[in-house]
Design a protein around this ligand. Structure first.
Ligand SMILES: [Zn+2]
Length: 141
């Protein structure tokens, strides 16, 4: 299972993506999604959306310590100041979410690399700052 952090109130814009039917550069002419064109358009939030496994979402939320239910939740616009402060602080602690270096831990920690926490915290910081500036809450689920 996965969890996405995003802003449901943020506007969307059309985004074009390669269709799932494209194989070795050729689209399926009978595809119902792209009608054989190889690309399809969908609405995408103008703000970033961050998709993680539910295990990693739980670890991220536990580390941020604001909102603990990994299956779904919300940071209100008011809470975002605290979330932003917390994320900036976490970005100064490089090993905060690193898995212990062993094969078992790679499985247990859903393949988190040494810089996993830093990458996710920096993505979440960008999302939180943009959401705060626009007056949107951040939800996950
Ligand atoms: Zn297609």
């Amino acid at each position: 299972m996965s969890v996405t952090f995003w802003c449901p109130e943020a506007p969307t814009q059309p985004a074009q993506e390669e269709c799932y039917c494209v194989f070795e550069g050729a689209a399926d002419p009978l595809c119902t999604l792209c009608s054989g064109s190889g690309t399809y358009t969908h609405q995408q939030s103008v703000l970033p959306a961050i998709n993680v496994t539910s295990v990693n979402a739980g670890a991220i939320l536990q580390t941020i310590a604001i909102g603990s239910d990994e299956s779904c939740g919300t940071w209100t616009v008011e809470q975002l100041d605290l979330v932003i402060m917390r994320l900036r602080s976490l970005l100064t602690q490089p090993d905060v979410m690193a898995a212990p270096p062993s094969r078992e831990s790679i499985v247990y920690y859903c393949g988190r690399s040494a810089d996993y926490g830093q990458r996710r915290f920096s993505q979440l910081l960008e999302l939180a700052e943009k959401a705060k500036a626009a007056g949107y809450r951040v939800t996950w689920g």
